[in-house]
Design a protein. Structure first.
Length: 120
């Protein structure tokens, strides 16, 4: 009986050794979807008017010993300046969103950038 168990065990174990398992891994390329590029800045013209001593002589009576130069904007010029600042803020926010997007989908690139910044 012992011999039978011994022989059957050897046969069973040797059968397991003859099974070959083939593994195949497919390489999957990650697709990066690019977010839309922010619209270009469209700056409006701002016309500055410089008033010097010759143009504002009546205002200089209070400051006779000082050199004074004034910068003035028309209402439209001030509106254009305000719209330009708003346009710059919009552009910076959109660029920030693009950076955040890429940091979320490519965390390993962000880690590499941080490593290179600490080495400098």
């Amino acid at each position: 009986m012992r011999i039978f168990l011994l022989i059957s065990t050897i046969l069973l174990l040797s059968a397991c050794g003859s099974v070959k398992v083939k593994q195949q891994a497919d390489v999957v390329q990650q697709t990066v979807i690019h977010p839309p590029v922010p619209a270009q800045l469209s700056m409006r013209s701002v016309d500055w008017t410089v008033f010097n001593r010759a143009k504002i002589e009546q205002l200089l009576a209070d400051y006779p010993d000082q050199e004074i130069v004034l910068f003035a904007l028309s209402a439209k010029g001030y509106e254009n300046l305000s719209l330009n600042v708003g346009e710059i803020i919009r552009y910076v926010k959109e660029q920030k969103n693009v950076i955040i997007y890429y940091r979320e989908i490519l965390p390993e690139a962000d880690a590499l950038a941080e490593e290179s910044n600490t080495e400098e």
